[in-house]
Write a protein of this length. Sequence first.
Length: 215
Amino acid sequence: MRCSPRSSRRIAQRSVFVSGSLADGALDGLQTDRVRAITREVGRAIAASGKRLISGYGIGIGDHVLSGMVRELPPDSASKLATRLSIRPFPRSLPEGTNENAFKSLYREDLVAPAGTCIVICGLRRKKDGSGDFELGPGVREKAELARRLKRLLIPIGATHGVARQLWQEMNADLAALDPRISRAVFATLGDDSADPSTIGEAVVAILTAVDRSD
């Protein structure tokens, strides 16, 4: 028996996909500590909102969002973690003959599609040319664009730099098109470099709560 479109939407709204990465050395020490603190607050916000976390366990991000969520859950909830978490890291090696780009695109869609909301954190990776330099993570950007195409609610935490800041700036330049479930004041907080991590976490809680009210 298939779910109705409304039922499917409700199921998706219970889940939040967190996309992001932070390669070692991409930011200075203080910036790295701040991004990690914000990421833990995002995890806490997901738990506090009663949502389910879907994560590809991005480098430098996955550990911290999971830590923040687990700390917020009641002590007796350990046996129910499977209902609140879906951790799906990218495979490190693929079978011979697999088209890597095609596989990654399908895998990303499989991560994004079940969630009604996509939160983007940072998105900085080390370049693959051996230079030791860093760049915006194309995979993080692709997942954000996929979320848009699937009409998922996109929440870029601009204060975490990288792809998230780029997305936040693009959306901030067109506030008229901002999803009505995100107030302009709350959206501004997401990109505020001076905001306390807990304040950013509360902004995320406000958005996730508004998602529930809109259904």
